[in-house]
Design a binder for this molecule. Structure first.
Ligand code: ZN
Length: 307
């Protein structure tokens, strides 16, 4: 750990683990959480929900997986092959099993004896929503509004405790006309900033781009940036720079509408947008800015979290 940022990651992680808030699992980016940590996560999640509840969103909860074909159809495998994860399992014969046992007892690699299953790991909470909405048929002029909360996976092992491989996202997803989607995003930019500031956290909103893979990805990232399609709410967690994205505001235009054939009216493809809160990142930010003892947090922050 030579550079100061890496040293800061390492130091913060060590502190979180020694306070018992995060529990090391022996793999970079994979952590257990303590009761105290989870209590804050749940209260934060409830506070986010309370902001969106007046809109009357349809609530959907999914397991941390989705169909492998759905992940493919969404374009994720094409754009983010380095982040995607699929579930593999053993489906061999008795003979194959004997070979597997032999490898295990010889401490040899056994992983190529697994085959992909139908299940992929969910990369972002909203990915479960689009195929469900599409399967219902034409939406009509009002479109749809969905509240979703899911464990997500991204294969990006890191020493930064705020960059976990498995984490939760609370999202609100709007499916409708370009105008409906734009006003949803503008509304949530204000709401998210107000919520994060009420938690006593310094927030800045900036244009961002996703880490698309490869040379073609550079072009996609530039398009996303220049089109203002992605904003992030950034909070300094581990270091003043780079700050950590804790909320993202995404305008997918008609990408998912086309991928899934979601229509509002005959011939009118739906646009979609989502706002996603990284609940672990915000929880880490709270511990960073207000200290490791929740009882000592400012009254105003405790009030927002319902303590
Ligand atoms: Zn999303």
């Amino acid at each position: 750990m030579n550079d100061p940022v890496s040293a800061a990651y390492e130091a913060f992680r060590t502190e979180l683990e020694s306070q018992g808030l995060l529990i090391s699992m022996g793999v970079e980016g994979l952590y257990g959480r303590s009761g105290t940590f989870e209590d804050v996560v749940e209260r934060l999640n409830a506070a986010i929900g309370a902001v969106g509840d007046p809109d009357g969103p349809e609530v959907m909860r999914f397991p941390p997986g989705l169909g492998r074909l759905q992940l493919e159809k969404s374009g994720y495998v094409r754009n983010f092959p380095h982040l995607a994860g699929t579930v593999a399992s053993f489906a061999g014969s008795n003979q194959d099993h004997a070979a597997l046992l032999a490898r295990l007892s010889n401490d040899e690699d056994w992983t190529d004896m697994q085959r992909p299953t139908e299940v992929a790991l969910t990369p972002a909470a909203c990915y479960g929503v689009y195929p469900v909405i599409a399967a219902r048929g034409r939406l009509g002029a009002a479109g749809a509004l969905v509240d979703v909360y899911t464990w997500c996976f991204r294969h990006e092992p890191s020493i930064d405790p705020a960059r976990m491989q498995m984490f939760r996202q609370r999202e609100h997803v709007r499916i409708g006309t370009p105008e409906q989607v734009a006003s949803f995003r503008a509304l949530w930019l204000d709401r998210a900033r107000a919520l994060v500031e009420s938690l006593g956290l310094p927030a800045a909103i900036d244009v961002a781009n996703d880490p698309f893979f490869g040379r073609a990805g550079k072009l996609l990232a530039a398009t996303q940036r220049e089109g203002n399609l992605k904003f992030e709410l950034l909070v300094p967690i581990v270091a003043e720079a780079p700050r950590t994205a804790c909320v993202s505001f995404n305008d997918h235009r008609d990408l998912f509408g086309r991928a899934w054939g979601i229509e509002l009216e005959p011939g009118e493809t739906a646009h979609t947008a989502c706002v996603g809160f990284g609940v672990e990142r915000l929880t880490l930010a709270l511990f960073r800015h207000h200290g490791f003892f929740v009882a000592d947090w400012p009254d105003s922050v405790r009030h927002v979290l319902g303590f």
